[in-house]
Write a protein that binds this ligand. Structure first.
Ligand code: AP5
Length: 216
């Protein structure tokens, strides 16, 4: 099954993508995680991406599209994938559809996690991320077992640079301008399913499985 996750920054795309990936046994591909791994290891891509990410801007399409289309060629994608944070612009969505069409394939469903902006701002200030393994926590709703330490790999947890309040506001503006139009893009293709992202994580996950199980 090929799934696209939509939703504002902090809507819970990463949280739900990990659960979906486990449930359907398909890879979770997060462009944000790929960029952060490249930033951490100091690659050329990471150096370029950091310039944009730290300002709350999208990484340009010419860097992002080639990266993801190459990743989708890997063997682990043969039975599908959950795309978290991709596409984020109409050109990204169109190029993805065009690449899939050459193999007579298509995205089966786009899941939009709907969360109002005031909820998002509260969530982001409490998020703590592990830059080593990609696990995420929240100081109130999902605290780690030991304060400031990742349960999975034992690394130190951090507040991401782009989760500072002024950058979150910029990311929300960029989302409204460049990414929100994808909701209409997938609606017109009859692929859009929307879930209420203000509910609890397990409730949202159950809802997503109900909406996707007939596609498996
Ligand atoms: P990326 O990492 O994808 O950031 P994002 O989309 O802004 O998403 P987030 O990771 O911030 O949030 P999320 O929706 O995954 O929420 P999460 O599950 O963590 O990208 C980072 C940057 O890279 C972008 O800004 C851009 O610059 C660049 N980039 C990436 N992809 C790109 C692309 N395709 N094109 C161009 N540039 C690109 O949850 C958030 C918090 O809330 C957590 O603490 C979590 O524990 C908590 N939480 C989750 N669900 C719930 C719930 N139901 N109730 C209470 N708390 C919850």
């Amino acid at each position: 099954m090929k799934i696209v996750m939509l939703g504002a920054p902090g809507a819970g795309k990463g949280t739900q993508s990990k659960k979906i990936s486990g449930h359907y046994k398909i890879p979770h591909i997060s462009t944000g995680d790929i960029f952060r791994a490249n930033i951490k290891s100091g690659t050329d891509l990471g150096i370029k991406a950091k310039e944009y990410i730290d300002k709350g801007l999208l990484v340009p399409d010419d860097l992002t599209i080639a990266l993801i289309l190459e990743r989708l060629q890997h063997e682990d994608c043969s039975k599908g994938y959950v795309l978290d944070g991709y596409p984020r612009t109409i050109p990204q969505a169109e190029s993805l559809d065009a690449a899939l069409a050459t193999k007579y394939e298509e995205i089966e469903v786009a899941i939009n996690i709907d969360v109002p902006n005031d909820h998002i701002i509260k969530r982001m200030s409490g998020r703590r991320a592990c830059l080593n393994c990609g696990a995420t926590y929240h100081v109130v709703t999902i605290p780690p077992k030991i304060d400031g330490i990742c349960d999975v790999c034992g690394s130190k947890l951090v507040l991401r640079d782009d989760d500072k309040p002024e950058t979150v506001e910029k990311r929300l503006k960029v989302y409204a301008q460049q990414t929100e139009p994808l909701i209409e893009y997938y609606r017109q293709k009859g692929k859009l399913k929307t879930v209420d992202g203000t509910k609890g994580m397990d409730y949202i996950f159950k809802n997503i499985i109900e909406l996707t199980m007939s596609l498996d």
